[in-house]
Design a protein around this ligand. Structure first.
Ligand code: ZN
Length: 101
């Protein structure tokens, strides 16, 4: 199988609710800020119980495919979200939230 980037229309709020940040070895839960989560068979946060459906990694920014491939192998059920897309949309969302207050 090949890794191909496919653009989809997704709800950023839903992604934010179910995303785990990861590096090569460990995960980081943005909800409870738990770090050092073992990635093997990871389905939910061992600390706060958040269900993970999406994963992203800062190390994959700029289209570095090696880490994406390694994380996909460890966690085939999670959808890999492009880090720069995630940052761009959550940043934009933050700005909108500020203005809507
Ligand atoms: Zn958590």
């Amino acid at each position: 199988m090949e890794l191909i980037r496919v653009w989809s229309e997704l709800d950023i709020a839903e992604i934010k609710e179910h995303i785990v940040m990861a590096d090569d070895k460990f995960g980081h839960c943005p909800n409870c800020k738990k770090i050092g989560i073992d990635l093997k068979d990871l389905k939910k946060c061992p600390s706060c119980g958040r269900e993970f459906k999406y994963i992203t990694s800062k190390e994959a920014s700029g289209g570095k495919i090696d880490i994406v491939a390694r994380l996909k192998k460890k966690l085939p059920d999670l959808a890999f979200v492009d880090y720069s897309d995630y940052e761009r949309l959550t940043g934009k969302r933050k700005a909108e939230d500020l203005f809507s207050v």
